[in-house]
Design a protein around this ligand. Sequence first.
Ligand SMILES: [Zn+2]
Ligand SMILES: [Zn+2]
Length: 365
Amino acid sequence: MQIRAAVARAPDQPFEIVDCDIAEPGADEVLVRVKACGICHTDLAVKLQHIPVPLPKVLGHEGAGVVERVGPNVVGLAAGDAVLMSFGSCGGCAECQRGSPGYCNDFSNINMFGLRSKGSALRYRGAELSGHFFAQSAFATHTIATARNVVKVAPELPLATLAPLGCGIQTGAGAVLNTLAPPAGTTIAVFGAGAVGLAAVMAAKLAGCSAIIAVDLRKERLAAAREIGATHILDGRSDEVLNQITQITGRGAHFSLDTTGNPAAAALSVNCLRQRGCSAQVAAPPRGTRYPLEASVIVGRGLTVRGVVEGDAVPGVFIPQLVDLFRQGMLPVDKIVTFFPFDEINHAIDEMETGAVIKPVLLMD
Ligand SMILES: [Zn+2]
Ligand SMILES: [Zn+2]
């Protein structure tokens, strides 16, 4: 079957939308007609080779669409089902079995490298084209995903708005609700007010945090943070951020989250904590990045620094919860998404990088 897919060929080349062929779904797979796909920083990090995954490749890992066909071993999914796609996992390793698929032994092979037992599902001009990125490669009109990484949702939902639940929103909201789990009345500082940070702000509001401090370099993002629940917004360029957080919270924040991967910001997200505080680190900075953490601060205050992948979520459990929160108006992701036609993928990325939009979502039909 012929489809259209956006190919990342080289770091300095724009995405190119080409016609290619897609295979039939394997035994545990589904063929999904993609209606929309969010653009996440990991897509750009791979294209720019900050994460060294071989190119050319079809990226995209926040896909949403409708199931067209299912493989013979797939249960609980059928043609016509509306689905959101999330990250893949093996299902058999110890981490998957204990409910931590974000730490699957094969996470990198399955998600970054797009490992698929039958080889790539995509062919371009007769040759195999690397796909199955995050078990989906959803910068395309159709995709083969695995039954494990698609989540069925109610058909009347706005699929395009919800597409980013599969990665960015799950990452930010999950790091707060699943990992940090701040008790009501505690304080939190969120570094970086992009889609992940803003999802964390929404989640912190849901959790009942009394002070939700958003730190970013861009005014528009701080304004968005304020609109969706930040009680305080701080300009990350100021030398006073640490003092300001201490002033707002009394002795430092109970919790923090760094979404930036910027060494100074990440270190600040730890230094701004009070005794026994906990920081979640969710960014994926280039390999070799080191954070200048002060050991005596970590030890003396009894701090916890937790790395968190995909919000510690089990997508099939957590995404339906996020969908319900959206339906109740408690997770206003509609306030941070901007839609672009699929053909405008390169423009959408420019707008994301300049900060003109927070979460671009491509529309395939
Ligand atoms: Zn696994
Ligand atoms: Zn992502």
